[in-house]
Design a protein around this ligand. Structure first.
Ligand code: UDP
Length: 449
C-alpha cells in the first residue's frame, strides 16, 4: 500500500461517545491500510492523543460555555457546535493544508452531523467524505423528513402512534427518529442540512454491512448517486480501540467469569440516555425479580436528581447476594463477547445494536430517541433478534420480557437468528466478503482523490 502511505486523511468526529468510537475505529482501519491519520477534535469531550500515538491530533476551540456544554438538550448542543466550530475549523484546515512538511492530504472524513464542514472544505477545494455513524435504514427515515412532515407524521403524533408509516415499512409513527427538544424546527433544519450535505459529499461511509441492510442500501444507492462504502462493523477489524471518554470498569469481566454461560442479562443505555428515579426503581426491581444474574451500567448523572446509585433501596445489592453487579461504565464489546452474557437490554444506539449483533446476543429493546427507535423496530421486526419493552416501564412487564428472551422458545429462536447474523458478520469481513470488498474500493477511491 505504498501510495496510501504518502497520503494523509483528516478525520473530524462529532464529540459524542457514539460518534467518536466509530470514527476512531475507521481511523485505525485506514491507518492499517497505510494512510497517515490526523484527527481534528473539539475541546468539548476532547480526545486523549496518548492513546493513539500513531495519529496526529489537532484540538479546536468550540467556544461552548460550561452551561452550553452541559445542556440536556442534545439538539441545542449539536446546533451550537455546528455554528461555533465553523471559524476554528476553517483556521485549522488552513494550517493543516499549508503544512509542507506533512504528506499531501487526500480528503476530509467528517461526521455527517457536522454539516458545516462541507462549505469549509469547498473553500479549500478539499474532497469531503462523510461518515454516518448510524444505520442506513434510520438515515433513510431522516431523509424522508420532508415527506413525513408534509403528511403530518411528525406533529401531533399522540393519536397516531401505532399507525404504520407506508413510506417506511415496518416503521410505525412512534418509531420515527424524533427527540424531545425545546425547538423542533432546529431538529428539522439539522436533519435537512445533514442529509443535503451528505448527498453533495464525495462519498458516504457506513458502519454497517450489506447483508444486514440490503434493501435500505439499494434505496440509498438509488437516491444518493455518490460513492457509497459499507465497511462495517468497524470494531471487528481489531481488538477494541480505546476511544472511551470514561474509564472502563474491568471488575465486570472477573464477575462475568464466575457466572454460568448464557445466564447474564447485560443492561446498558449508552452514553446519553437518562431516566427518572421512578423508572430506575422499576428497572432495579424488575431485574431483581427476574432471578437472572445481571450486569448493569449506571452512568453518574444518568438518574435525574441523583449523583449515582444512592436512590437504590439500601439493602438492594445485599438482597441479591452477588446476583447483580453495577458499574459506571463497562468494556461493552468485551462484555458482549463474554460466554456468560445471554441477552442485552439496550437503548438501541447503533453501536450497541451492531455490537450485540456481532456477538449473536438477542436484545431487550428500550429505545429512547432519534435513530434508536428505528433500530429497535428493525431488531424486533426485520432481524427478529429482540423484543421491545413498550408502554411504560413496569417491574412485572420487565420480568415478563426478560423471561421471553432468556427462557422461552421465542428467545431460543431469537438466539438462533442472532447466531446466524454473527456468522454473516464474519463472512462479510473475510477476503471476498461484502465489507472486505467495499473497504478495498474505499482505499482505492481515497488514493485517487
Ligand atoms: N459503551 C461502553 N461502555 C458502556 C456503555 C457503552 O464502552 O458501559 C460504548 C458502546 O460499546 C458503544 C458506545 O459506548 O460503542 C455507545 O454508542 P451507542 O451508539 O450504542 O449509543 P449512544 O451512547 O450514542 O447513545
Amino acid at each position: 500500500m505504498e501510495l496510501a502511505q504518502r497520503k494523509r486523511i483528516l478525520l473530524f468526529p462529532l464529540p459524542l461517545q457514539g460518534h467518536i468510537n466509530p470514527m476512531l475505529q475507521l481511523a485505525n482501519i485506514l491507518h492499517l491500510k497505510g494512510f497517515s491519520i490526523t484527527v481534528i477534535h473539539t475541546t468539548f469531550n476532547s480526545l486523549d492523543p496518548s492513546r493513539f500515538p500513531h495519529f496526529t491530533f489537532h484540538s479546536i476551540s468550540d467556544g461552548l460555555s460550561a452551561a452550553e456544554a452541559s445542556t440536556k438538550d442534545v439538539i441545542a448542543l449539536l446546533s451550537l457546535l455546528d455554528v461555533k466550530c465553523v471559524a476554528p475549523f476553517q483556521e485549522c484546515l488552513a494550517r493543516l493544508l499549508s503544512d509542507d512538511g506533512e504528506e499531501p492530504v487526500a480528503c476530509l472524513i467528517s461526521d455527517a452531523i457536522l454539516h458545516f464542514t462541507s462549505a469549509v472544505a469547498k473553500c479549500f477545494e478539499l474532497p469531503r467524505m462523510v461518515l454516518r455513524t448510524g444505520g442506513v435504514s434510520s438515515f433513510l427515515a431522516f431523509a424522508a423528513f420532508p415527506v413525513l412532515q408534509q403528511k403530518g407524521y411528525l406533529l401531533d403524533q399522540d393519536s397516531r402512534l401505532q399507525e404504520l408509516v407506508p413510506e417506511l415499512p415496518p416503521l410505525r409513527v412512534k418509531d420515527l427518529p424524533l427527540i424531545k427538544t425545546n425547538n423542533p424546527e432546529t431538529l428539522y433544519q439539522l436533519v435537512e442540512d445533514m442529509v443535503k450535505e451528505a448527498k453533495s459529499s464525495s462519498g458516504l461511509i457506513w458502519n454497517s454491512f450489506e447483508e444486514l441492510e440490503k434493501p435500505a442500501l439499494t434505496t440509498l444507492v438509488h437516491d444518493f448517486p455518490i460513492p457509497i462504502f459499507h465497511v462495517g462493523p468497524f470494531h471487528k477489524y481489531f481488538p477494541a480501540c480505546s476511544s472511551s471518554l470514561m474509564p472502563h470498569d474491568q471488575t465486570c469481566i472477573s464477575w462475568l467469569d464466575k457466572q454460568e454461560s448464557n445466564s447474564v442479562i447485560y443492561v446498558s443505555f449508552g452514553s446519553i440516555a437518562a431516566m427518572s428515579d421512578k423508572e430506575y426503581l422499576e428497572i432495579a426491581l424488575g431485574l431483581a425479580n427476574s432471578q437472572h444474574p445481571f450486569l448493569w451500567v449506571i452512568r453518574p448523572g444518568m438518574i435525574h436528581g441523583s449523583d449515582w446509585i444512592e436512590s437504590l433501596p439500601n439493602d438492594y445489592l445485599e438482597m441479591l447476594d452477588g446476583r447483580g453487579h453495577i458499574v459506571k461504565w463497562a468494556p461493552q464489546q468485551e462484555v458482549l463477547a463474554h460466554r456468560a452474557v445471554g441477552a442485552f437490554w439496550t437503548h438501541n444506539g447503533w453501536n450497541s445494536t451492531l455490537e450485540s449483533i456481532c456477538e449473536g446476543i438477542p436484545m431487550v429493546c428500550m429505545p429512547c430517541f432519534t435513530d434508536q427507535m428505528v433500530n429497535a423496530r428493525y431488531v424486533t421486526h426485520v432481524w427478529r433478534v429482540g423484543v421491545q419493552l413498550e408502554n411504560g416501564l413496569k417491574r412485572a412487564q420487565i420480568q415478563r420480557v426478560i423471561k421471553r428472551v432468556m427462557v422461552e422458545k421465542e428467545g431460543k429462536e431469537m438466539k438462533e437468528r442472532a447466531a446466524h447474523l454473527k456468522e454473516m458478520v464474519s463472512k462479510c469481513l473475510q477476503q471476498g466478503g461484502s465489507s472486505y470488498k467495499s473497504l478495498e474500493s474505499l482505499v482505492s477511491y481515497i488514493i485517487s482523490c
